[in-house]
Design a binder for this molecule. Structure first.
Ligand code: ADP
Ligand code: MG
Ligand code: ZN
Length: 589
């Protein structure tokens, strides 16, 4: 999808030397290191910081890809302090802007912001200070830079640096897209000679390319930090009883561990927090629907006290700087690998061991596919959302190293890590071909013969030969596939369906997530290749092992007619679509 675009990346050099470059223009700090020590009290630059600061102070552009918590702020704040003039910082979140400016002012930096929360008089005061050359840093919301008024103001003063933070907001395909970011490319012509940096914690190759192109940074040096967080242990387990699993997971953590639990909805946040509290965990909820006072109180308890577990929607965490978060748990599937990485990245910033744990299940897959289908985004956006979901699902279902999968997604090569669930307890696999065929043929039969489609629950009832009212009422006990899947438990079938959906070998559709064939289902029905599936292990104790399904477990003899029905259905499809008709499954060839 990136058209073979190669990022012009220079790998970080070893042991970057501290920058001691004197600047020709008078400034408040003789050197970058001096500014770092005086303003922030840090001893030395970290990682690529020194090289980035050096590049910008000497007037060059930079594209900085650095994980959350890596220390991006220093990369533009220090050059702004060392170079003459005011550093312009474009930042999309007003709350973060306020926090940053407050922290800078507390450290003696002359910082201010311009945004919609201010009165006209406040804005006028900031403008005066800027024009008088009394500001080291000026934070501006992106929409202000879309207006001539602000641009003209900026031209009348002197800019030292232009920093575009959260630069991935320029990507139309990401979930943080801000249309106002598209106009920021224009700053290149408007302020020639002012070095520009774009910074983000999103490192996919595609986003990297979009940032470079759209923000017009062809001459920039690129700094790509490692995205590995070696102290985080990744664990993803199938969802059976999410709250119990979560409780079990939290109880297995060292006493007094602080953690964040992410859930998708406010209701789920409330219920999960209440459940954990009732079980003796010091858990508190956090979501945008809570009163501001309650939110602030909960946030400060989490930051100040030991061992507090915050159950939150993804509204929680941006800009929260707590180094000793020992675990991040997800009880719902994130929409993308970027989101997952950001959220799990809030664990273990102090470098000590931490865990990223997630429970996810069939319901998550169906729900998210439905949300994408029903969103009003245009087709291209839906397609991109599906790709994001597919990548997330691939991470969940991988039988290889989780970290390797994650880093590969960010374009960084690595080997098996030895610190994730799949490395530590390699999952067993089994061939789910026959099980998949049983399921798909049931779906085909219902569709073909009765024009019906159903969700996972009812299909599993048919396959397992359950005797429910619905089965009897619909006469589904007379289907020839009724009971042919008795060899697998309900949980096993859910696992099969989840994995088939995750790989696109099965589709879900409509408001109720009914199951249907996908384009790739035909290959499964034809038995073209094995369908290796993970054996689910829940709660880290091996569940009653999935009974081995072999090729001998083929369909019942009276399925000849099913086979005929399928053949007819395929032939009909073939006539409609002009493709060759063939169908083979089980040993009924
Ligand atoms: P990012 O924007 O990349 O998420 P921040 O700029 O907010 O990261 O910095 C994350 C944390 O790292 C902050 O607590 C900051 O004070 C700290 N930090 C940044 N640079 C250094 C450094 N050179 N030495 C020590 N701590 C640093
Ligand atoms: Mg930042
Ligand atoms: Zn691993």
């Amino acid at each position: 999808p990136d058209g073979g675009w190669e990022p012009p990346v220079e790998r970080p050099r070893t042991a970057p030397a501290p920058v001691e470059r004197p600047v020709s223009a008078p400034s408040r700090f003789p050197s970058a290191l001096d500014a770092l020590r005086t303003v922030y009290g840090f001893e030395a630059f970290r990682g690529d910081q020194a090289a980035i600061v050096d590049q910008v102070i000497s007037g060059g552009d930079a594209v900085v890809l650095m994980p959350t918590g890596g220390g991006k702020s220093v990369c533009y704040q220090v050059p702004a302090l060392v170079r003459e003039g005011t550093g312009l910082v474009v930042s999309p979140l007003i709350a973060l802007m306020h926090d940053q400016v407050d922290a800078l002012v507390a450290n003696g930096v002359r910082a201010a912001y311009l945004n919609s929360t201010q009165t006209a008089a406040e804005r006028a005061g900031v403008e005066r200070a800027y024009l008088a050359g009394e500001l080291d840093l000026l934070y501006v919301a992106p929409e202000r830079l879309n207006g001539e008024q602000t641009l003209r103001l900026l031209e009348r003063g002197a800019l030292s640096v232009i920093a575009i933070d959260e630069a991935h907001c320029v990507s139309q395909w990401g979930h943080d897209f801000r249309p106002d970011y598209l106009a920021l490319g224009g700053l290149a012509e408007r302020f020639p000679g002012v070095p520009r940096l774009a910074l983000t914690a999103t490192a996919t190759r595609e986003t990297h390319r979009e940032i470079t192109e759209r923000l017009r940074l062809p001459e920039a040096r690129h700094f790509v930090a490692s995205f590995d967080r070696p102290n985080i242990r990744y664990r993803i387990e199938p969802k059976a009883e999410p709250r119990k699993q979560l409780l079990q997971f939290i109880r297995a953590q060292p006493e007094g561990s602080a953690g964040i639990v992410y859930a998708l909805s406010r209701k789920s946040v409330e219920q999960t927090a209440a459940y954990l509290a009732q079980q003796g965990i010091d858990a508190i909820p956090y979501h945008a629907g809570l009163e501001a006072g309650v939110r602030a109180a909960h946030q400060s308890r989490f930051l100040r006290e030991d061992g507090v577990v915050v159950v939150a929607t993804i509204a929680f965490g941006m800009g929260i700087d707590k180094p000793d978060v020992r675990f991040v748990a997800h009880i719902d599937l994130p929409k993308s690998v970027e989101g997952y990485y950001q959220e799990t990245g809030r664990a273990g910033r102090d470098g000590a061991p931490a865990v990223a744990w997630m429970a996810y299940g069939l319901g998550d897959v169906v729900q998210q596919r439905r949300m994408i289908q029903q969103s009003d985004g245009d087709r291209a956006i839906q397609q991109r959302q599906s790709q994001h979901l597919d990548a997330m699902l691939a991470l969940c279902e991988t039988v290889a190293c989780r970290r390797q999968n994650l880093l590969d997604y960010f374009g960084q090569e690595s080997g098996p890590c030895g610190n994730c669930d799949t490395c530590l307890e390699p999952p067993e696999t089994w061939d789910g071909l026959v099980a998949a065929q049983k399921l798909l043929s049931t779906i085909v039969r219902l569709q073909r013969e009765r024009g019906q489609s159903f969700g996972a629950g009812h299909l599993i009832d048919i396959l397992r030969g359950a005797s429910t009212d619905r089965i009897r009422k619909l006469g589904h006990d007379r289907l020839s596939t009724y009971g042919i899947g008795e060899d697998l438990s309900e949980q096993d079938w859910r696992s099969v369906i989840r994995q088939l959906l995750a790989r696109g070998l099965l589709a879900s559709q409509g408001e109720y997530g009914t199951l249907a064939l996908s384009e790739a289902s035909a290959g499964v029905l034809r038995g073209e290749s094995p369908v290796p599936l993970r054996k689910d292990v829940i709660g880290r104790t091996t569940q009653a092992a999935v009974r081995k399904v072999t090729a001998a477990d083929t369909l019942a003899p009276d399925d000849r007619d099913l086979f005929e029905a399928l053949r007819a259905w395929r032939a009909e499809q073939a006539r409609e679509q002009g493709v060759p008709a063939y169908i083979v499954f089980g040993d009924a060839t």
